[in-house]
Design a protein around this ligand. Structure first.
Ligand SMILES: Cc1ncc(COP(=O)(O)O)c(C=O)c1O
Length: 362
């Protein structure tokens, strides 16, 4: 059997044909009409007014924060269990990261443990692995505290809460299109919003701070964070299979749930597959030692896995919190493992993987 990677992108021949057709048509490769088409496809899919594509999810988070006016002297609440780009994007603005613990059922920010002060300007709500808490409560928390809600939905494209797409509850939502996401353009991301003012500011910031398109007058120090039509052509093809991608992610998760049920020591998080196609299949083991032992056992059997992110408070760049300050994230992050989760994963492979997991834990 070939090595089963933890995740590989799902790409069909359609992307190659579309790219070839586009190049032969004389397209200029950089951001232009294909990018507008890709943005329209994203916005339509989510039911949101605007989507602005950018070079990465990290850049999307940074631009959303800047457009909301976050900067030096401010603070932003970020969950202690997330990918490093969430707090880093806050740091880039010059604002302070204000960590909060997560709920054990969703691994998303536990707002009962979140606090604000007069410098707090935003909550970055991360719908980790496509799950979320009660989004009405999240929105109410931000309204009550007079702060922006920026959704880091980089792992949640295709997930919903009560039928409304994640990424569309806040002032802005951010998606990512790296190869391990539900759709990919190699690298890439998008900021989505219904807010005209934020939208205009993000478009301006990514295009050198131009006062209008195609002028060389600038009233803000902007960046070159443009996308490329070359990538958009791929993104448009990837979007065409979105329904299939979501369906297959749900089937894969359901099959794992069925085959892993009853194996001692494995915990899976409650997941509403009606709303959420989990990005990765995640399991929680009794200890770090068991988690690392299982990963080594699977690797010997040609099965790739990936440990959960360490808690942000354990990274030396965000150190300064006493051990035990965030008990849930500190406990779970070191015990979690992502199993192979590619859209192209075959049912026989899931059986082979779960047999190997059972053999180790029984
Ligand atoms: C939760 C979360 N936020 C932000 C990012 C950053 O996205 P990108 O890699 O596109 O910059 C990721 C990427 O995996 C992510 O998982």
């Amino acid at each position: 059997m070939e090595f089963i990677h933890q995740v590989v992108p799902y790409v069909t021949g359609n992307e190659a044909r579309a790219v070839s057709e586009y190049i032969l048509s004389g397209g200029w490769l950089t951001e232009f009409e294909k990018t507008r088409d890709f943005e329209r496809a994203i916005a339509e899919f989510l039911g949101v007014r605007h989507a602005v594509v950018v070079p990465s999810g990290t850049v999307g988070l940074y631009l959303a924060l800047l457009a909301a006016g976050v900067g030096p002297g401010d603070s932003v609440i970020v969950p202690n269990y997330t990918m490093i780009a969430s707090p880093n994007s806050v740091r880039w603005t010059g604002a302070k990261v204000r960590l909060c613990d997560v709920e054990s059922g969703t691994l998303c920010a536990d707002l009962e443990k979140a606090s604000t002060d007069r410098r707090t300007k935003a909550l970055m709500y991360v719908s980790i692995n496509g799950r979320c808490g009660d989004m009405d409560v999240v929105a109410r928390f931000c309204r009550a505290n007079g702060i922006f809600l920026i959704e880091d939905a980089c792992q949640a494209f295709g997930s919903r809460w009560r039928a409304k797409a994640l990424g569309t509850f806040g002032d802005a939502g951010v998606l990512s299109f790296t190869p391990h996401k539900i759709i990919t353009t190699g690298q890439g991301g998008a900021v989505v919003t219904d807010n005209e003012e934020l939208y205009r500011e993000i478009v301006k910031l990514k295009d050198f701070g131009r006062t209008a398109p195609a002028t060389d007058w600038h009233d803000r120090v902007g960046f070159n964070f443009k996308f490329t039509d070359l990538q958009s052509v791929i993104g448009i093809e990837q979007m065409k299979l979105m329904d299939f991608r979501i369906k297959r992610k749900k089937q894969i998760y359901a099959r794992y749930e069925e085959l892993l049920a009853g194996i001692p020591g494995i915990k899976m998080l409650p997941t509403d597959l009606g709303q959420t196609p989990p990005w990765f299949v995640d399991i929680i083991l009794p200890s770090r030692r068991v988690r690392d032992g299982l990963a080594a056992h699977l690797k010997e059997r040609k099965i790739g896995t990936r440990p959960f992110y360490p808690p942000i408070s354990h990274q030396e760049i965000y150190a300064g919190y006493p051990e035990g300050a965030f008990p849930v994230s500190e406990s779970i992050a070191h015990r979690g493992l992502w199993l192979p989760s590619s859209i192209g994963l075959k049912d026989e492979e899931i059986e082979y993987i779960t047999d190997a997991v059972r053999a180790f834990l029984s």
